[in-house]
Design a protein around this ligand. Sequence first.
Ligand code: SPD
Length: 424
Amino acid sequence: MKTLGRHILVEYYNCDADILNDVIKIEASMVNAARKAEATVINSTFHHFSPFGVSGVVVIQESHLAIHTWPDYGYAAVDIFTCGETVNPWVCYNFLKDAFQSGYASAMEMLRGQTGLLQKNEQYVGEYGDNTPQTIAYHRNVWFTERNENVAFSLRHKGDRLFMGQSPFQKVEVYDTFAYGRLLTLDGMVMTTEKDEYVYHEMISHVAMQVHPNPKKVLIIGGGDGGVARELLRYPNLDKVVMVEIDGMVIDASRQFLPQIANQFENPRLELHVADGIDYVAQAPDGEFDIVLVDSTDPVGPGEGLFTETFYRGVHRILKPDGIMVTQSESPRFNTKVFQEIFQCYRGIFGQNNVHCYLAYIPTYPTGMWSFSFSTKSELNPITALDAAKTQKFVEENGLQYYDAEIHKAAFALPVFVKNLLKG
Ligand code: SPD
């Protein structure tokens, strides 16, 4: 029977789960399977879905290869459709079976478009799948996606990971994205990108630094990419920045791949500890620091312990009497429960009127609206304490890109729904 195309539907069982969760390996395998069968690859579009699963398609001149994976079941569903005589889909099938290290695979073939049942419209000449040489530029479309069950955010990247490592704490990855430059992710969550990192790092650092009367010693908990240290070390009168980051791999990857963020690790005023911030705070002497900045990951994995009352009570204890704590406090819209709980917790420790919330717009974090908490041991008001002229001078001398005196004040103006969340 003569047909226009061959379509095989494939079940790959008992595959390597890590491979099935690796969008870069899967895209490369699917493209290479097509090439092995001598198909002409036109483009590919692949998405990784955090935490598990990859979907993608390779468009070939002779039709397509498509996949969806369930790493948690070690299973991949693939369909391979080829038109014409030149490409054998079973070559792709065998190639992918090896690539996914599938212990057991099955497939069924359907012949598509029986020519005996079709009538050719004579206005279209030529044959499908002919060997006419053509130059087709292959266009890759590979996406990183951070999502929960209802919301997703994707960034298209160049298709090759610059770095991937599994530390004792988390999976550390660096991608090269088209829109935001290099991207650092931890356990599949966006931590920072080259193009918008300055928003977060300026806002977590300068709000407290500009209103504290005379900061000399500042502690950073987390901050492994080096962005907060970079901002603090712009202040010549600061004697010491102590940074306690649990994961040396984050520091190493940032130094290698994000050098304009991680550019102060050699500064003699930086005292770096690769250690657990929770232990460090528990053991630090009372009244040791003027400012403590908590640049944590989200409250899952190694960051979880940084969202507990015991930890914040410790931070309060190690602050001087006029000390300030600033933490990243998640997105009011995306992480509503954590956001409310931590503000309640801070108020219980620092006092109802000594805890303030401020916001910044960070396009690559979920919802784009990100919050920070500002808590004082004294009764310092973060808006009225600002000397705007002095701040503007600092901003201009240092070429800041987001923070200035106006943003400082405006950041404390909260949308009604955020105010209501904080009342609740
Ligand atoms: N969901 C994003 C939370 C990121 C918090 N830390 C970012 C690290 C940047 N130095």
